[in-house]
Design a protein around this ligand. Structure first.
Ligand code: E4P
Length: 216
């Protein structure tokens, strides 16, 4: 399973990249706005820093405008994947973008049938938002499991990119289901690394070694 980082923060991106864990990055308008400053400069710095796909999202809500924006977004780098919202106008844009060989990530996906539509239209990625569904007492991961079955049934190449991740259990369940990619907030990456038994185990190994070295 590939690990993308769900952020527009360059320090976080570089830190995870330097750990060797970064396969790509997803941004959205909220994440870029959170960084402040010139979003174009920020987007281009992110594209340069990442050796892998970087999702940049359109703001437009008509397919003509989405295509225009997509053409601009791909100028930030060869690794840009254009995020298109899962609305009828977005679906309309997918075909033309595919013909232009512009990779797309269909975002704001909340049901397996929405994912099926995006896959039929040749999206490179679909992004099911699991955390936002969980927050409404719906099981986000159940939908991802159904998407996996549907995509395998028909041999779709569209990658399932689990998004709106809230905690390590989302990562575990995504890996068990066989999601292709998960986009993880920086805080969850940190949680994945930690286990109290690792810390206490290391402390006791080091203490035992110290005692042994100091034996007369
Ligand atoms: C995915 O590409 C989105 O950026 C992201 O996961 C949004 O999720 P959230 O706003 O619910 O955290």
């Amino acid at each position: 399973m590939q690990f993308f980082l769900d952020t527009a923060n360059l320090d976080q991106i570089c830190e995870v990249r330097d750990l060797g864990l970064l396969d790509g990055v997803t941004t959205n308008p909220t994440l870029l706005a959170r960084e402040g400053g010139d979003w174009r400069e920020q987007a281009s710095l992110i594209c340069d820093a990442v050796d892998g796909p970087v999702s940049l999202e359109v703001i437009a809500t008509t397919h003509e405008e989405m295509i225009k924006e997509a053409k601009d977004l791909v100028s930030f780098g060869e690794n840009v994947v254009v995020k298109i919202p899962m609305i009828a106008e977005g679906l309309k844009a997918l075909k033309e973008l595919r013909e232009r060989e512009i990779k797309t990530n269909v975002t704001l996906v909340f049901s397996p049938t929405q994912a099926l539509l995006a896959a039929k239209l040749g999206a490179a990625y679909v992004s099911p938002f699991v955390g936002r569904l969980d927050a409404l007492s719906q099981n986000g991961m159940e939908g991802v499991d159904q998407m996996r079955t549907i995509f395998d049934n028909y041999g779709f190449n569209t990658k399932i990119l689990v998004a709106s991740v809230r905690h390590p259990m989302h990562v575990l369940e995504s890996a068990l289901i066989g999601a292709d990619v998960i986009t993880i907030p920086y805080s969850t990456i940190t949680q994945l690394m930690k286990h109290p038994l690792t810390d206490s185990g290391l402390a006791s190994f080091l203490a035992d070694w110290e005692t042994f070295q100091n034996q007369p």
